[in-house]
Ligand binder design. Structure first.
Ligand code: MRU
Length: 368
């Protein structure tokens, strides 16, 4: 998507030098747009862990590039194929320990390792893992575009049925192009609708504690000149009660076979408020974000707990300097849960690249 009018993806390589990978350092947004080079698999693992790259689909694609960088490292050590595979499999263990919740990370690693198994030399492991990472990135763009087109049909339907003059969408966290390679999942239908000339407005929940809504989604929408308003997470229910929301759309880090949606902490409360106000709640879920092996989201998904500093310390711009300030009593214990589960009964539908489906096993298992 566009940054100051120039097209960017969230991850790319320079055609003349494929020995490294570039990302947008998302921890610096919205105050500065900074590009970071990842030179080896450890850089990649750190970038995922520190959330310089984040969002389920992008975490997966970045890990696939991490495996490619590991293959390059193994080749540069003149390893035979046995040692190469061992090195890559050790690297993949480190990559898989970076963040526990988004299933795309494990999906991408498993997918890459399965492909590399056929390599006979370190050189082949390099070319297979590169082709695989590049394909995952390209596929992600196409998948997000397809979800956008499917979501656009839904928006058109709502527009007609409710005889709207303007469609008001509410979203939580960042399921935008920054969370994928391009277009986003939940934001892709928004971009498609805006491009098609539909009058729309987006309520952006700020998304405590890391503010992916206020910092990232709002920045993205602003760069695309899409009308939007940031609200606190607590205000979502209020704007719904006031009739100011027509549809809620979020992303998902892992959706179970029964249609439970695991997404950024706070999504469940937003879905509860939507149900109470008869507002449709959709999650945009690429097939890569389904976990077909589990049914019960609440009991079976490993929910990431992050450092309490993310809650007790807040950061912002003062003049030209980024300042960090403590905001709570130092001795009070804090828990920082990263995600929650929205049970399928609160989900109206799942927007996938293959169409919009109901959140139930009979429909989800057909995607496998
Ligand atoms: O902790 P994050 O910023 O990686 O969480 C991101 C989300 O929860 C997104 O909504 C989710 O990954 C879907 S992204 C298209």
């Amino acid at each position: 998507m566009l940054v100051k009018g120039k097209h960017y993806r969230t991850i790319w390589q320079n055609p003349g030098n494929l020995n490294s990978v570039f990302i947008i350092d998302q921890t610096k947004l919205p105050f500065s747009f900074s590009v970071k080079e990842l030179k080896n698999f450890k850089d990649t693992a750190k970038a995922i862990e520190r959330m310089q790259v984040r969002g389920a689909p992008l975490i997966g694609v970045t890990a696939a590039f991490g495996i490619y960088l590991a293959a390059l490292e193994a080749r540069s050590m003149k390893s035979d194929i046995k040692k190469t595979i061992r090195f890559i499999s050790d690297a993949s263990k480190i990559l898989s320990q970076t963040r526990p919740t988004a299933v795309n990370l494990f999906w991408a690693i498993e997918n890459s390792l399965n492909k590399i198994k056929t390599a006979l030399t370190a050189g082949e492991a390099v070319s297979i893992s590169l082709a695989n990472a590049q394909k995952m990135a390209e596929d992600d763009v196409q998948v997000c575009e397809a979800m956008g087109m499917n979501g656009l049909e839904l928006f058109k339907l709502l527009y007609r049925e409710k005889k709207l003059k303007r469609l008001n969408i509410l979203t939580h966290c960042n399921a935008g192009w920054l969370a994928t390679v391009d277009y986003g999942t939940a934001t892709s239908p928004i971009y498609k609708a805006f491009e098609s000339g539909m009058d729309l407005h987006v309520w952006v929940e700020e998304t405590r504690p890391r503010y992916q809504g206020g910092k990232l989604t709002a920045w993205e929408l602003g760069e695309m000149r899409i009308p939007h308003t940031i609200i606190t997470d607590n205000a979502g229910g209020y704007v719904m009660q006031k009739g100011l929301v027509d549809v809620v759309i979020t992303g998902s880090d892992r959706t179970t076979l029964n249609g439970d949606v695991c997404n950024k902490i706070g999504t469940y409360k937003t879905a509860l408020a939507a149900a109470d106000n008869n507002i449709p709640f959709f999650a945009a879920v690429p097939v890569s974000s389904f976990d077909f092996n589990i049914k019960d989201g609440i009991n079976e998904i490993d929910i990431e707990e992050r450092n309490s500093n993310e809650i007790t310390v807040t950061e912002g711009l003062q003049g030209k300097l980024i300042r960090k300030v403590k905001i709570f009593p130092e001795k009070s214990p804090v828990k920082n849960f990263g995600f929650d589960i929205t049970p399928s009964r609160l989900v109206t539908g799942l927007i996938t690249e293959r169409g919009i489906i109901h959140p139930r096993k009979s429909e989800i298992k057909k995607l496998k």
